[in-house]
Ligand binder design. Structure first.
Ligand SMILES: [Mg+2]
Length: 276
């Protein structure tokens, strides 16, 4: 089902706000994984708009689950959790400070966060276990997990993928933030992943490749499932999307923009908002 033009505009505005908030968090905290934050923003905003969840009751039994396996890209998650009402501005203001609720990687102390993540290659196993437990309990809650692409060099992802297929976890959706970069360069130079879609298919997944910045494609992929198979969405994204000097630059994996760079980004976002 396609989104209405009005809904797409609303989502685009929410994403622009989320990107601005993400960079604000990074600057106030003195650093963050800006590249991967900005690549995953559109998928995260859509996911929290789509999933069943209740910010007033984060442990609601009917909720869908989300695991951010690429936990280093926590600032975008915090921005979206703030937009959804899970976090207050005062909590964002404390990001990165001693004793703060919000650290550089998400923990279950934060409402809306289902798993402590950041050690790469763990999220798929956690999400697969959650999906299997829900299936065994006869529940229809869905589990979504987002991995990075560089992260897929960890063999544990593929062990989890084999299990997800073995147990026919239709309730599991694995989203790959396919920005083709990792901390030390291109994924294809560091540890080639292609053909990733063919790999995921061979591992027993229902595979969909999308533009990870296109709201209609994201939404259709989130809805798409094949009975008896887990789903893999390969979301092709641009690392650093929305901050011009950071786009497609491995050097911006973890970086704090200058005040001037943030001002330029805000001006770009304002122009974008006005043109919508
Ligand atoms: Mg990457």
């Amino acid at each position: 089902m396609s989104l209405t033009a009005e809904k797409v505009k609303e989502l685009k505005l929410t994403c622009a706000d989320a990107r601005e908030k993400t960079v604000e968090i990074i600057i106030s905290g003195g650093g963050g994984h800006i590249g991967g934050d900005l690549s995953e923003t559109d998928v995260l905003v859509n996911l929290y708009d789509y999933m069943k969840h209740d910010p007033k009751n984060p442990k609601w039994e009917g909720r869908d689950y989300f695991v951010l396996s690429k936990g280093h890209s926590a600032e975008a998650l915090y921005a979206v959790l703030f937009q959804q009402g899970y976090l207050a501005q005062a909590e964002l203001d404390q990001f990165g400070k001693l004793g703060a609720l919000l650290g550089g990687h998400p923990t279950k102390k934060v409402n809306g966060v289902e798993a402590n993540t950041g050690s790469l290659g763990h999220g798929m196993g956690l999400a697969t276990g959650m999906a299997l437990a829900l299936k065994m309990d006869g529940k229809d809650n869905r589990v979504f997990v987002m991995t990075g692409d560089g992260e897929l060099a960890e063999g544990s992802n593929w062990e989890a993928a084999m299990s997800a297929a073995k147990f026919g976890l239709t309730n599991l959706t694995w989203i790959v933030d396919r920005n083709c970069l990792q901390i030390s360069g291109s994924t294809e130079d560091v540890m080639p992943l292609e053909s990733l879609a063919a790999k995921a298919k061979a591992f027993g997944f229902h595979v969909i490749e999308i533009d990870g910045h296109d709201h209609n494609e994201i939404r259709e992929a989130l809805e798409s499932r094949t009975e008896g198979k887990p789903t893999c969405i390969i979301a092709k994204t641009t690392k650093g999307k929305g901050m011009a000097p950071a786009e497609n630059q491995a050097g911006w994996h973890h970086k704090t923009p200058t005040a001037e760079q943030f001002e330029a980004m805000k001006a770009d976002l304002e122009k974008y908002r006005k043109e919508l």
